[in-house]
Write a protein that binds this ligand. Sequence first.
Ligand code: SF4
Length: 359
Amino acid sequence: MATNFLGRFDSQVARVFKYAARAAWKNPKQAFFFTRIRSAQKRAAATRDRQRERGVQVPPLLIASITRRCNLNCRGCYARARRHSPRPELTDEQWQGLFEQARDLGVSIIMLAGGEPLLRPGVLDVTRRFPGVIFPLFTNGLLLDDSVVARFRGQPQVIPVLSIEGWEPETDTRRGTGVFERVAAAAEKLRTAGLFFGVSLTVTRSNFEAVTAEGLVQALIGNGCSLFIFVEYTPAAPGTEDLTLLQEQRHRLVEFSEGMQERSRPVFIVFPGDEEQFGGCLAAGRGFVHIGPDGSLEPCPFAPFSDANAVDIPLAEALGSHLLKAIRDNHAELKETRGGCALWRRREWVESLARKDQA
Ligand code: SF4
């Protein structure tokens, strides 16, 4: 598998931390943390290189959905669309063990998602043990009270990321009446506490203009937001494909994000962003990989297919599973030029790989 894209991907990751140090100008302790973490990131990239020489493909980014449970019921929620697994959710100790393996393999960033991750407050005891790993924690913000804010203090490696869909109308339409107001209150708590935090905006064909409006971004910056993650909508169920971004919207989203990055302090990221510059789909361990609430290794949160579980086998072995390897080896075919997600478009093939292996 051609790996020359990894150098470019690693430098993108390093660039994000440069911008993060700049974005944290009001909080010298946080700014110093981001400057210091850059050397830890370099060491992690070197570890990944060594692992690759040993035949183990380790991505810089791991997405850990630590629970299925959620206190909201948003329209088109991909987590709720997942098939129910008979296996129990991992315990805090099991997640700690997995994060240790990931760190030792060279994973730099562990995104904490769900469901609602703050329904598992114990995870904040686990993250405390990993000062060299960055944990963006994607939350709907409803459980962000003073005690949780206090637990974020002293953990600059944990970055709260509040999920919204735009202004109040867009957010409440998808997430429920009154949610935008409660998220705004959570943001105010984080700002008052002087914490580095961000927002994630799910971008669809219909809310594109609303979430790429500079007015919205400037207002959020005014509310203390230092990180913007634009998540391209990926269908979670057949019949929702018309919400995916058109190709021209995808290009405009990357341009908007890069333009904002040039003229403002916060960090701007598009996920998965312009995969073409990295030779196609970054899932399945090329750039990132997903671990489900029960420990199953999956190519991506939006492609819930698996043939390996990190409870049964070491993470290094699970990263080499037949399914993940087959997707990596065929990444050139997984280029999406019409908008949307290549794995979703090829989901029958992906599912057949997972099934074959389970059989
Ligand atoms: S908050 Fe997230 S996990 Fe919960 S229902 Fe909404 S989209 Fe799904």
